[in-house]
Design a protein around this ligand. Sequence first.
Ligand code: DAS
Length: 365
Amino acid sequence: MPRCKTVLSLNSGDSEGDTLIDQNARPQITVYSLGGTIASTKSGGVTGGVTPQLSAADLIAAVPELRDVADVTAVTFRQMPSGDLTMADLVALARAIEQSFDTGTDGVVVTQGTDTIEETAFALDLLVRSSRPVVVTGAMRNSTVASPDGSANVLSSVRVAASHDAMGLGTLVVINDEIHAARFVRKTHTSNLATFHSPSCGPLGWLVERRARVVLRVAPLADFGRVPEGDAPAIALIKCSLGDDARVLDQLASLGYAGLVVEGFGGGHVPARVVASLEKLAARMPVVLASRTGSGELLNETYGFPGSERDLLSRGLISAGVLDGPKSRVLLSLIMLTDAEPTHARALFETVAASMHSNDVTQQR
Ligand code: DAS
């Protein structure tokens, strides 16, 4: 029996049309596990400490309440600390997710290490074209300590992935009973359960009793073409700090980097002494200017001193808009994997970055 019904979409660029979860059918959810703390347990190795070992089936078996929510299919896709994931892993995962949607999955949950969720979730947001829910989750406490949070996060995530209200929100991060948009969420604490925040706008919703509540909706992301499988070109991410002359900038091209994201001070400022290096680099590769503050939109037209946002943008740097440095790097990596021509990369980056805060329905997928 088909679990989803296909309906004509008024504003989707997706030739297959949008799909709606059939609210009368039992939801079909696929859980992909990638490793991380949520999958970690004692290794018995010589170094001690926990390592990722639990499979997707193990994670699902630990949550009997899932039987009341959905039919769940478990897929162990990778088994590693999240810092070892690559862009190629994420492109492959996005393909697998799209295939599972094609064969009747209503929603997807990805479990992984929390360290890089803010990047992986945003990559999936850019890569997966379906409007069906994709939810990324993890855990801050592994299964060997008191009150591990993995099971509760899996249950909440499956509830969100099975929710009609989560359709069309892009990839979400569900953790600690909150629902966050991939484009805004950040890990903000090394160990606290409430580590995930969306500093620019707050969460889109929350879990209460057995329900997923979505109270805010994000603008649809602009499409930048189909990303091919393979390794993304090397993109450097450099944070400005007081007194540093950033001499490493002059070595980037010879080291083989194809692009750069620079996290400037405040609204998008760098020391005057590094301006010439950035201008030179921007003439040969895409150079994105983000803010190291981690919240808010890059300024555009306020300051006029050498190294100010006006100065840098006039010298060919690309504004990150509302994206922080790591997310800008994800976007630039995927764009360069799709179309490595620097002028195209610039236009594509600006289009996608602008769509984060646009309500122009013509940009919808
Ligand atoms: N083990 C780390 C990781 O894989 C941390 C975590 O999962 O929370 O990201």
